[in-house]
Design a protein around this ligand. Sequence first.
Ligand SMILES: [Zn+2]
Length: 235
Amino acid sequence: MHLVLMGAHPDDETFASGTIAKYVDRGHRATIVHATRGGKGHWEIPTDELRKIRTKEMTKAAEILGADVMFLDFEDANVPYGDMLREAFVDVYRKLKPDIVLTFHPLVKRDDHRMVGAAASDASLKASLPLHVTGMPVHRPEPDIYFFGSPTSGHEPDTYIDITDHMDVKIESFRQHVSQWQKWGKSPDEQGDFMERLIERYTHRFRELGMKAGVGYAEAFIGRSGKKYAHDLLP
Ligand SMILES: [Zn+2]
């Protein structure tokens, strides 16, 4: 089976990286598709340089999870509304033939995330229609789609995936996005400690979700199809 995560920026996969690691470990294939290379995500590093840095960080983070990576090369902080993005995702479905898709809820606050969530969700039906011609073969049936869920986002999860055995690999993968985490630190001297504190908070978040699910650590989702799973999406 093929699990595909559709995000906007390198590091968006950190919402669901434990789930990716878990199913890769079971022999499934996983691909992380990001709409941009994150060229606006820093206060000082210029866009061209940042795109290169974040591409490298993402490649390492994906390697640790055992996933492939693909970029659609839209502009960061300017992911378009509408047809162009949706059609890009139609061809992602047709090329990768996912069985399960993980993406943003179409009503989240940040616009790039919202655009990706809506386009990824809308594209799944179009990818299955033979008369919607793009030059790529149709992909049927439509995969199950799970939106990243968090009790604090206003989108209450209904699906919890037990990632207790994959927390270490999740954190190791998270660490690779150095350009994104260190920028929040106050000075270079404080940045090492800052990273550790950030990891503590990150760990705590998935521990809290785990407590809700009655396991050690969990990631949470909202199933689009109404199918709900206690701890598993795939065999
Ligand atoms: Zn993002």
